[in-house]
Design a protein around this ligand. Structure first.
Ligand code: HEC
Length: 159
């Protein structure tokens, strides 16, 4: 069997894309100064606030993990509680302070609030899943929470 021109063209395009992707690869961190080519906005925080932010982030990561474990165990009420208390609007007081807000661009604060809203929306969806057995809306809502993590991380850094 002969390769048709169409197949050859497809193969050539794939190869070209692979080469291009390779060439577009950003330089390794140790090859470049810290911020060179980094599209994220640097938000300079006093050391204690930076430590607090990173500690809160560590808890966000753990909370997502625990939510997934609760979903896998079909414990929707627990998934909802974790989301609301540790990521949702109910966690605002713990994660938001005037000192912190004073150092953050308004858009970054808005992204944080959007994530908290999404987490509270997930909590509601998880409770509904517990009642109805229909889990897809809750999973979609959880993906939306995660999308806020990803979007903010693409936009800002503190170090
Ligand atoms: C409003 C913006 C924002 C949102 C929303 C956000 N983060 Fe972050 N996160 C940051 C910033 C800024 C950093 C610090 C990045 C850097 O400079 O290293 C960070 C760092 C982290 C780190 C690394 C902590 C460390 O000690 O190095 C983890 C883990 C993390 N975030 C998890 C999450 C998770 C999970 C979510 C969503 C549930 C989330 N974040 C939502 C802004 C955000």
């Amino acid at each position: 069997m002969h390769a048709t021109p169409a197949i050859l063209t497809a193969a050539a395009l794939t190869l070209a894309a692979t080469v291009a992707a390779h060439e577009d690869h950003p330089p390794l961190a140790h090859d470049a100064p810290h911020s060179a080519g980094d599209p994220r906005t640097l938000v300079e925080l006093p050391a204690p606030l930076e430590a607090r932010l990173l500690a809160a982030m560590g808890d966000h990561r753990a909370a997502l993990q625990e939510i997934k474990e609760a979903l896998a165990a079909t414990d929707y009420g627990r998934a909802a509680d974790i989301a609301e208390e540790r990521l949702g609007l109910s966690s605002r007081e713990r994660h938001t302070s005037p000192a912190m807000a004073g150092h953050m661009p308004e858009e970054m604060q808005a992204r944080g609030t959007a994530m908290q809203r999404a987490a509270s929306a997930f909590a509601r969806a998880a409770r509904e899943a517990g009642a109805s057995g229909e889990t897809r809306p809750a999973l979609a809502a959880l993906a939306r929470v995660n999308a806020h993590c990803v979007a903010c991380h693409a936009a800002y850094r503190v170090r």
